[in-house]
Design a protein around this ligand. Structure first.
Ligand SMILES: *[C@@H]1O[C@H](CO)[C@@H](O)[C@H](O)[C@H]1NC(C)=O
Ligand SMILES: *[C@@H]1O[C@H](CO)[C@@H](O)[C@H](O)[C@H]1NC(C)=O
Length: 410
């Protein structure tokens, strides 16, 4: 069994590499503002180990493992990229890494961000979280323009958001397997707990928190994604399910933390972006920080969490299932693109973490030519706070430009 699988990896890997090598692409395919320059560098150094690690995460459903890709004759064409969206940033779901990607996208595309008006909110990268109430006053002013980007911590409130956003805004959500989420969020702002032997197990034995409709330990993700508080304690399963279906329908894409990079490729496809747009730093991806976060839990303790956080579990199952349905619809080529993306991304990481400076990445099967330079590599190391700062600068810059236009009577 293991041998057969290994063989599949190798076969698929070789298919990918030969495919990259043998195809030529139409020139001038262009849908972004990235500068296009002649290229001589060589990108195709896919490594088998990288490829194996993708397949060995253990998360890929078996039906996806054995797919052998076919070869397209040209890059897929796309309309205009989506540049009007809200990202619901759910705590402890890799939403920080996502924030960095989306803030960079927003800045690069000159989007009008609803940046928190209150300083105390801004320093915690919060907008409407934890209440979900949102009005125009919560955003720093952007005279004469509606907003087309929300990426700070907010609670989904479609009506309120639609009022401050440009018409036709799209929504991106994110969701993590609830027990993983619990393990991670438990220690957030609760550093004292780390001193105990097995704080997670102890907590689940006591099994409290069930009186409140949600807390950071239970049904937190559902709440942030827009599940109404008043239905949190419902015993009516079909009502819960219907509500989840409705909420899921609000989102164009829901990223699944366990398949974060695959999620980004799906997002890229749905929003007509480029692989350049979703390049990301791999420095702190899904890191579990302490041993105490991944202590074994008993079946009963896990069962307690499931009871306590029932909505999150049902919602995760629903969203994960629809995620895989979307991916199946994309066809086997999707996996080819994911592999290409991971290789490309790791090349960019290696470059920025070593020599840095200018480098041309030539067009390939799934990406146009692009150039990175020392500024790019400097920003590559930025944490969330620095990207939040970049958002602030972008707002200021746009406001100054608008002011200048006004005084010049344009
Ligand atoms: C997500 O769904 C896939 C496909 O149905 C399944 O194989 C996988 O186990 C699910 N992931 C989790 C973490 O439940
Ligand atoms: C449960 O919810 C469904 C759908 O919202 C509703 O039609 C049904 O009447 C509810 N059942 C009970 C027993 O309240």
């Amino acid at each position: 069994m293991v041998m057969a699988r290994e063989f599949m990896f190798l076969a698929l890997f070789l298919t990918c590499v030969t495919t990259y090598m043998s195809i030529s692409f139409p020139r001038g395919w262009k849908d972004t503002e990235i500068s296009v320059k002649p290229a001589f560098a060589n990108l195709h150094s896919a490594k088998r180990s990288k490829f194996k690690s993708l397949m060995q995460t253990g998360y890929l459903p078996s039906t996806q493992r054995n797919v052998i890709t076919s070869v397209p004759t040209s890059l897929p064409t796309c309309g205009r990229p989506v540049t009007n969206f809200v990202f619901i940033k759910v705590h402890k779901t890799a939403s920080g890494s996502t924030f960095r990607v989306l803030a960079r996208f927003g800045r690069n595309h000159g989007m009008t961000i609803c940046y928190p008006a209150l300083r105390r909110k801004a320093i915690h990268i919060q907008l409407s979280y934890p209440s979900g109430k949102l009005t125009k006053k919560d955003c720093r002013p952007s005279p004469g323009r509606k907003y087309n980007l929300i990426i700070h911590h907010s609670v989904m409130n479609k009506q309120a958001m639609a009022r401050v956003m440009e018409p036709g805004t799209k929504y991106i959500g994110i969701f993590r397997e609830p027990l993983n989420h619990f393990r991670s969020i438990f220690f957030w702002k609760n550093r004292m707990a780390r001193r105990k032997e097995n704080p997670l197990g102890e907590f689940l034995n006591r099994n409290h928190d069930r009186k409140r409709s949600y807390s950071k330990h239970h049904n937190f993700q559902a709440y942030t994604m827009g599940f109404p508080k008043r239905l949190m304690t419902s015993k009516n399963e079909s009502q819960i399910y219907e509500t989840i279906r409705t909420i899921a329908g609000w989102y164009s894409v829901v990223l699944i933390t366990e398949y974060w990079e695959e999620s980004l490729v799906l997002l890229k496809r749905k929003f007509c972006w480029t692989l350049y747009d979703i390049l990301h730093t791999t420095d702190r991806l899904h890191a579990l920080h302490t041993k105490k976060e991944h202590v074994p839990l008993t079946t009963e303790q896990k069962q307690n969490h499931r009871k306590m956080s029932n909505i999150d579990y049902v919602m995760y199952d629903y969203l994960n299932e629809t995620f895989w349905q979307h991916i199946t619809k994309e066809g086997p080529e999707f996996w080819d693109e994911v592999t290409y993306y991971k290789t490309l991304n790791s090349e960019v990481n290696k470059h920025c973490n070593s020599v840095g400076g200018k480098r041309v990445f030539p067009a390939g099967k799934w990406s146009q030519e692009f150039v990175i330079d020392s500024t790019f590599c400097k920003e590559w190391k930025w944490k969330e706070g620095q990207w939040a700062g970049a958002c602030w600068n972008e707002v200021e810059k746009q406001n100054k430009e608008a002011q200048l236009k006004k005084t010049n009577g344009v």
